[in-house]
Ligand binder design. Structure first.
Ligand SMILES: [Zn+2]
Length: 289
């Protein structure tokens, strides 16, 4: 079960490993905390009044298309996008948005889903949110709270039978070593690197990068990831930096998606190359297939 903040996050983070696990027969669920109502249009081709007026519907249709491409089951948690607070100082968050819901309250909906779906593995963002969007930071807090509470019979007793997932991961695919490797490979081939500006202001953080425990080889599925991402047409510019790196270059230079294992109840040794390492399928689920 991947817990994400907005529609499109499931396609930009961990999507290739998602497609691979689906192909291997895993049941992958994506929980989307908000409807992405306050997302900006990031693709000039989609920057039209008819799209802007119907942002919620448009983003739902985009999510439907991405869901089909990835082969996932997707759930809306029903919270409202906080939007990106633009300005200095940052404006207050809009009333009623996800970023302002108390964590214990927001976690109940996710606990209910975890108890219903009974995932072995849960992923979310690190404590910085991966990037500092208020909904991403909130997604982290809510996921961690719900992961802990789901197996506790005293927590949210109205929200279903307790279920204890085996592993919790944070996404780490936007790591500096990966961006540096891709950047250098682009320059070596005489290509323009989309990461030059970002890397110039990105201070090395070796301790942070060392938190990666799990690298999942999934290069064969980068193409599926790209298709899923393109399905979120309002959110991604096909001519932008996402697609500036040739497919075979990213496949050869950095063929993995990277994660940090934060909670483990399986005893699987580290480092790992599989989010399901050490997980034993429950007999009920196996016989039901
Ligand atoms: Zn997002």
């Amino acid at each position: 079960m991947h817990v994400h903040a907005h529609p499109d996050d499931e396609s930009s983070k961990g999507a290739a490993s998602t497609a691979m696990y689906v192909d291997q027969g895993a049941e992958v669920h994506v929980v989307t905390c908000t409807g992405g109502e306050r997302g900006s249009i990031l693709n000039p081709r989609m920057d039209r009044p008819d799209v802007l007026e119907n942002m919620t519907e448009v983003r739902r249709a985009e999510m439907d298309a991405a869901r089909e491409i990835l082969g996932i089951t997707q759930h809306w948690l029903g919270f409202v996008d906080s939007g990106w607070p633009d300005g200095d100082p940052k404006p207050p968050l809009p009333e009623g948005c996800f970023g302002l819901v108390p964590v214990e309250e927001a976690a109940e909906a996710l606990v209910r889903l975890i108890r219903q779906v009974r995932p072995h593995v849960v992923t979310t963002y690190d404590e910085r949110g991966g990037y500092p969007h208020p909904d991403h930071v909130m997604c982290h807090r809510v996921s961690v709270a719900a992961f802990e509470a789901a197996g506790d019979p005293d927590a949210y007793p109205e929200a279903g039978q307790p279920w204890t997932p085996s592993k919790l991961y944070y996404h780490h695919s936007f790591n500096r070593p990966r961006m540096t490797a891709i950047h250098e490979a682009m320059l070596e081939r005489g290509l323009e690197s989309p990461w030059a500006e970002r890397l110039a202001s990105w201070e090395p953080e070796p301790e942070w990068d060392a938190r990666i425990t799990t690298r999942v080889p999934c290069a064969d599925y980068f193409e599926v990831r790209d298709r899923a991402l393109l399905a979120h047409a309002t959110q991604i510019d096909p001519d932008g930096h996402w697609f500036a790196v040739p497919m075979e270059l990213s496949q050869s230079v950095w063929p993995t998606e990277d994660f940090e294992r934060v909670v483990d109840r399986t005893g699987a040794p580290l480092p790992e190359d599989d989010l399901f390492a050490g997980v034993t399928p429950d007999p009920g689920a196996a016989s039901a297939q």
